[in-house]
Write a protein that binds this ligand. Structure first.
Ligand code: F6R
Length: 365
């Protein structure tokens, strides 16, 4: 059932246009209004909510980081995002005015589930973004937003992540409309841009050969890190996790502004730096970060939006994603990082679908 793909992970990366289309289009009516079947959040309930907590593990947590930005930007409610194993043990301030959002592909991750129960005990309203229908997290939630990624077999989460992003954008826009803090034209601009995503993901996937070539040149490089600013930083975290998890390269990610506060000391000849540079208002700042690492011998792979051609003169290699609203670039910019992790892992001869020491669903504490 790998349908001609060498691994499930690759098949699932290529299933993202479909998963994203399903997750999105099932929620839009002919007037482009968002209809969330399992969500009973009303304007009245939302009026009393003064804080949102997003809690998850691993890749789902990284989706939550992007979700935090979306909810703050469109619904203008303060949001905190936490890894479940930390949230549980730090006596978080949660009450009846809190909306608790759990994110989980499997719906069985124990730390996420226990965090949900803890928040519920404290009176929070529970909304979950889950892929597996009928899972524990799904059953214990007040509101439920399913991702329609389909079954994810590869241990490394790929299509679950992009569909979680879609769920967050839908939720943020829905909440912003419900509480009246999102202007109509911004709402429709976002919906129109979201609807183009499946096509644009396909355009990115059509360039997978470029990443394959890059992987062939770099797969033995053990000095790697990712950096980005703004939402690109969230993608740097996710890209780095994916790479380390299936390639076993000791990779990490930083907010690019933190470079000079320590990490720059690590740069030597041929350190492989993945620089995420998709955000217009942070572009110049990223360009200087790229120059700083280049000047110290790094090999820079940049991910940017089409049209930012001057980057080709600064970075060693540039991957261009199609243009879109800056708020939506994560859906596209994460894909070259997934492909990079995949090809590096495959070239190193690893068991890509079942990386060592990992389980698909972590049901122990
Ligand atoms: C990384 C990965 C893990 C999971 C994490 C949460 O590729 O797959 O980090 O994202 O274990 O799992 P779920 O989403 O099932 O709660």
């Amino acid at each position: 059932e790998k349908e001609g793909f060498e691994h499930f992970t690759l098949k699932e990366i290529f299933e993202q246009p479909k998963g994203v289309r399903e997750t999105l289009m099932r929620r839009l009516n002919s007037q482009n209004e968002i209809v969330l079947e399992g969500v009973t959040l009303t304007a009245d309930i939302l009026k009393d909510i003064n804080k949102v907590y997003i809690v998850a593990c691993g890749t789902a947590y990284h989706a939550g980081l992007v979700g935090r930005r979306a909810i703050e930007m469109f619904a203008k409610i303060p949001v905190e995002c936490d890894v479940a194993s930390e949230f549980r043990y730090r006596d978080p301030f949660v009450d009846e005015k809190t909306l608790f959002i759990a994110v989980s592909q499997s719906g069985e991750t124990l730390d996420t589930l226990q965090s949900l129960r803890e928040a519920k005990r404290k009176g929070a309203r529970i909304l979950s973004i889950v892929n597996v229908v009928g899972s524990s997290v799904a059953r214990e939630s007040d509101d439920l937003l399913y991702t329609w990624a389909g079954p994810e077999i590869g241990v490394a989460s790929t299509k679950a992540y992009t569909t979680q992003l879609i769920a967050f954008y839908l939720l943020a826009l829905y909440m912003g409309k419900l509480n009246g803090r999102l202007e109509e034209h911004k709402y429709f601009e976002m919906i129109e841009a979201l609807k183009l995503m499946p096509e644009k993901i396909t355009e990115v996937l059509d360039q997978s050969k470029e990443i394959q070539k890059l992987a062939a040149a770099q797969f033995n490089n053990e000095k790697v890190f990712f950096m980005g600013r703004g939402v690109d930083c969230d993608i740097a975290y996710e890209g780095s996790l994916k790479l380390k998890e299936i390639s076993y390269i000791n990779s990490f990610a930083i907010a690019a502004g933190e470079l000079k506060h320590g990490t720059i000391a690590l740069i030597e000849d041929n350190t492989f730096v993945v620089a995420m540079a998709t955000q217009d208002k942070l572009y110049e700042k990223m360009l200087s970060n790229i120059k700083e690492v280049k000047a110290r011998g790094a090999y820079v792979f940049a991910i940017a939006k089409e049209g930012n051609d001057q980057l080709t003169k600064t970075a060693d290699e540039v991957f261009f994603i199609p243009t879109t609203l800056d708020a939506l670039t994560p859906i596209l910019s994460v894909i070259p990082t997934q492909l990079l992790a995949y090809y590096v892992s495959a070239l190193r001869g690893n068991d890509v679908d079942k990386p060592r020491n990992l389980a698909k669903s972590v049901t122990v504490e």
